[in-house]
Design a binder for this molecule. Sequence first.
Ligand code: MN
Ligand code: MN
Length: 316
Amino acid sequence: MAKELFQPLSGNAMPRFGGPATFMRLPALGIDAGLDVAFVGVPFDIGTSNRTGARLAPRQIRDESRMLRPYNMATRAAPFDSLRVADAGDVAINTFNLLKSIDIIERHYDALLATGAVPLSMGGDHTIVLPILRALKRRHGPVGVVHVDAHADVNDEMFGEKITHGTPFRRAVEEGLLDPKRVVQIGLRGTGYAADDFDWPRNQGFRVVQAEECWYKSLAPLMVEVRKQLGAGPVYISFDIDGIDPAFAPGTGTVEVGGLTVPQGLEIIRGCRGLDIIGGDLVEVSPPYDTTGNTALLGATLLYEMLCVLPGVKQR
Ligand code: MN
Ligand code: MN
């Protein structure tokens, strides 16, 4: 029996401002619905070091995603023509307890991955990538990562704590969740605690592309090199919205000026086409700092672009 495919609810069937606010107005289904791709919200922000608010992002991203239509007019990708995609709801984190929440997220993704679905996650702060990577390791082994961020997120600890939004990629290396030679970090910038802060990931084998190397140019040539670096194995995309310049994405908690442009963000994700993408996230949108919703719309769009480069997506 052919699998049932879902199209986003059309703006000609229900006004875009009407109906339930699911991601792209897709059906709301459980994680056991036999999905090829599951959009998942993780309303968690108790790992933030500066401004909070990312707990509210899944709802705002869903709301702003109402404007997204099914076909990608730049790449001609038609993700809903071949993949069974739905909104699989939120993870019921315990907002009073960070460590318990990390365990809850890890178990939720274990259950989701057991169905064969590819998770595309709406954070939440960047802490959530650690339990997601733990679950992915069990299913796929160590993964390559395309990590877009203003920050390396490789602190050993913050205020004495080992698990925060500034530490997940240090923990991921220590726990063997990554294939370090197949990790690239793009957009890093700003001030540091030590001048060699970005050398730690380099010493693990990561490629680090600081924001200054990206200024004034297309990132399409970089992505040719990234595809060569990451090769044939499994790849996860982790996109911290603060990688984009705050002029375009002010709704976030840990702001750094001099960041990537929106077209560069699109080039990075579109440049992942051909890689074996096994999941992705869009983290650190903080709705209280952008009540226009534009940061959340950008986040929703970047998640849609991740959907468009998944294996099995056909181009019309
Ligand atoms: Mn981050
Ligand atoms: Mn960041």
